[in-house]
Design a protein around this ligand. Structure first.
Ligand SMILES: Nc1nc2ncc(COP(=O)(O)O)nc2c(=O)[nH]1
Length: 287
């Protein structure tokens, strides 16, 4: 059984391969584009541009999750996110809200947000599982081992793929026990969260094992540090605005693995890469 919002997106998709989710960080300090979209009008203009490039969903976030980031207050996160979600939803855009706070998710859904994207998978806010159950909204359960200020101290695994899968399934059990429905849940391996570059590559190489857990999968590699560094000498990593191609290559990989959605800052490059994978017959039929 597919959740109606996910079914709508599948029906809206005009190409094979993952749904493309465009990123709009309404934050002053996100690693990938901090500050550029902090003003509501700038965020809206950017979101519209991403939709024009082929994004079927726009992910609106008000809290930076980069290592070392400090958390905004609840009121500040609400101030950043709610006006953008409301305006985009009013224009018919499918909006996901990237938040770890149940109150922000609740407010965003109340003004038309369609999906909750919680990088903590419901761990950061004990109220989130109940909100997920109460709302019935699709919920992205990302693998997470702690807030930005110390998550990289938890990047220790004997078998990162097996442990990430097991910990994701633990979150699924908690959410189902709280009353959420299975068709609400989307899994995400949490690339770059409590993971080294080696862990990220191992997870990308084994994406089918995450897909085989039997729920839609979302992948977020876009512009992340391990992509900046790949193939480059120390100190010669790609600048943030030169990571569209490396990100797109991982989007093609995601398409080949049957991933449901890719969350990216540079939509066109990813759409192009997925189109090539599809033309080569490498993309499984949609979920
Ligand atoms: N579901 C999901 N959400 C995320 N939100 C933020 C970031 C990192 O920050 P960014 O907004 O600058 O990309 N990565 C993810 C991710 O990998 N998966």
């Amino acid at each position: 059984m597919t959740h109606p919002v996910l079914a709508h997106l599948a029906a809206a998709a005009d190409r094979p391969g993952p749904v493309v989710m465009g990123v709009v960080n309404v934050t002053p300090d996100s690693f990938s584009d901090g500050g550029r979209w902090i003003e509501t009008d700038a965020a809206l203009a950017h979101a519209r541009a991403l939709v024009a490039e082929g994004a079927l969903v726009v992910d609106v976030g008000g809290e930076s999750t980069r290592p070392g980031a400090t958390r905004p207050s609840l009121d500040e996160e609400l101030r950043r996110v709610v006006p953008v979600v409301e305006a985009l939803a009013a224009e018919g855009v499918v909006v996901s809200v990237d938040t770890m706070r149940a109150e922000v998710a609740r407010e965003a859904l109340a003004v038309g947000g369609a999906i909750i994207n919680d990088v903590s998978g419901g761990l950061a806010d004990p109220q989130m599982p109940a909100l997920v159950a109460e709302s019935g909204a699709p919920f992205v359960v990302m693998h997470w081992r702690g807030h930005a200020h110390d998550m990289q101290t938890r990047a220790h695994y004997d078998d990162v793929v097996a442990e990430v899968c097991a910990e994701l399934l633990e979150r699924v059990d908690v959410l189902l026990a709280a009353g959420a429905q299975r068709d609400q849940l989307v899994l995400d391996p949490g690339i770059g969260f409590a993971k080294t570059a080696e862990h990220n590559w191992a997870l990308l190489a084994a994406l089918e094992r995450v897909v085989d857990l039997g729920l839609p999968v979302l992948l977020g590699t876009s512009r992340k540090g391990f992509l900046g560094k790949v193939g480059r000498a120390e100190g010669d990593e790609r600048p943030l605005d030169a990571r569209a191609v490396v990100t797109a290559a991982t989007s093609a990989r995601a398409a080949r693995a049957g991933v449901w959605c890719v969350r990216v800052h540079d939509v066109t490059a990813t759409v192009d890469a997925i189109d090539v994978a599809a033309a080569l017959g490498e993309v499984p039929s949609r979920l």
